[in-house]
Write a protein that binds this ligand. Structure first.
Ligand SMILES: Cc1cc2nc3c(=O)[nH]c(=O)nc-3n(C[C@H](O)[C@H](O)[C@H](O)COP(=O)(O)OP(=O)(O)OC[C@H]3O[C@@H](n4cnc5c(N)ncnc54)[C@H](O)[C@@H]3O)c2cc1C
Length: 390
């Protein structure tokens, strides 16, 4: 195992570029938005030895292919909001050599709220505005004029964010992967990580079901499986939990305007937006489950029915054409987990992207790649540090 020669004890654990004259061998585990965007940036930064391992036959089988595709920039946590602003800016001006057509429909969003939630949302709107995102508080009557189906809404008003929107998640995910591949990254599908070989506290190789690769760095972008991948490496225990959430799409409805914005009632935890001539709706259910396929649970449809009947009666009894569930993976504080592991050299966390992994993908991939290559002095923003749970 040539990559596993003992490292000198004095060698700093996290300086991957100084290991030898050769570029580091970087293995990214997971071809969802986290892994794909990181590989994209690593190759843009000149890395030629990047391998993406994906356990499934095709990328995007889990959260990255089962989400609501919304790009929202007003988020309570400023560290996440900054990444979302960067992500939206990227989508507005895709690079000339972006390999796939990737629509970003900026129809805006209304974030609705009542009572105590309104004050907090107004503050978030003020902060976003100061940072260049147009966000304006509207009374509910004005919002109902724009989206008449909201008549009777119990919300007192909402934030209008005209530069939010919905992105083509297939084009975005495949775009990152294709661009990375054309710059030399290798995508290996049906290739699950089974073992991380660590010598003297430092990664030197990984094993899949079928073979072994030398590795200096492992980027853990395994979504719902991130905790297990951490265990494979003997890394610190980061308490990430996958939570199941359902989406429902109606049949085409002649009263839906395709240019309606996203509507998210934050006080009642319910959102909808136009989709395929009808609506996509979400009751914001949140049930913890183990990493794995997210099974459809009839209780979620009941939850949706209860919420709309109580609050948005004009959305009751809609003809649902299809539904699915996906897993959002969260740290206990809801913040991302990005940075070097404190006990295994070369093990990098990029997980817990919660409900923001699409919107922030460009920026969080950039952050991760920069940290891996030590271009940000090696320290993750404090808000995201993996060792905050130790
Ligand atoms: C219902 C729902 C709605 C959402 N809506 C939005 C939204 O509107 N906007 C937004 O920004 N975000 C949204 N999200 C969140 C977003 O989908 C996630 O944050 C994002 O997709 C996470 O990406 P990821 O790459 O971390 O995880 P994943 O997409 O789960 O990718 C991880 C990959 O790692 C692979 N993997 C795991 N273990 C191994 C292993 N041992 N070896 C090899 N491969 C492995 C998995 O197969 C998987 O493909 C939503 C999520 C859900 C579930």
């Amino acid at each position: 195992m040539p990559g596993c020669a003992p490292a000198p004890v004095s060698e700093p654990r996290h300086r991957v570029l100084s290991v030898s004259n050769q570029q580091p061998s970087i293995v990214v585990v997971g071809a969802g938005f986290a892994g794909a965007a990181t590989a994209f940036h690593l190759t843009r930064m000149g890395m030629e030895r990047v391998t993406i391992l994906e356990q499934e036959e095709v990328p995007g089988m889990h959260a990255s292919g089962r989400n609501a595709a919304m790009v929202r920039q007003v988020v309570p946590n400023e560290s996440i909001a900054a990444l979302a602003r960067g992500g939206a800016a990227f989508l507005r001006h895709l690079p000339r050599d972006w390999p796939l057509e990737t629509d970003f429909e900026q129809n805006g969003s209304f974030l609705l709220a009542s009572a105590g939630d309104s004050a907090r949302l107004k503050q978030d709107g003020d902060r976003s505005r100061e940072r260049g995102v147009p966000a304006e508080w509207w009374p509910i009557e004005r919002i109902v004029e724009a989206v008449p189906i909201l008549e009777g809404s119990p919300a007192e008003g909402g934030l209008w964010c005209p530069t939010d929107g919905v992105v083509d998640i297939h084009g975005l995910l495949q775009g990152y992967l294709k661009a990375a591949a054309s710059a030399g990254a290798r995508l290996r599908t049906s290739s699950g990580l089974r073992r991380v070989v660590v010598r003297q506290g430092k990664i030197c190789a990984i094993q899949t079901e079928s073979d072994e690769l030398s590795a200096d760095v492992v980027v853990n972008a395994a979504g719902a499986w991130a905790r297990q991948v951490g265990q494979l490496a003997g890394a610190s225990a980061v308490p990430l939990v996958p939570y199941r959430r359902h989406l429902f799409v109606t049949k085409p409805l002649d009263w839906v305007e395709p240019q309606w914005p996203i509507v998210w009632d934050l006080s009642r935890d319910l959102y909808f937006r136009p989709e395929s001539g009808g609506l996509l709706l979400c009751p914001c259910d949140e049930v913890a489950q183990e990493a794995g396929p997210a099974a459809d649970d009839p209780a979620a449809l009941q939850m949706l029915a209860d919420k709309v009947t109580r609050n948005y009666s004009r959305l009751s009894d809609l003809p649902i054409r299809r539904s699915w569930a996906g897993l959002r993976t969260l740290a206990p504080d809801g913040r991302f987990v990005v940075g070097w592991d404190s006990s295994v050299g070369g093990f990098f966390w990029l997980a817990g992207l919660a409900g923001h992994g699409v919107a922030t993908s460009y920026s969080v991939g950039l952050l991760a790649a920069s940290l891996v290559l030590q271009e940000s002095h090696g320290a993750a923003p404090a808000a995201f540090r993996p060792d905050r749970f130790l």
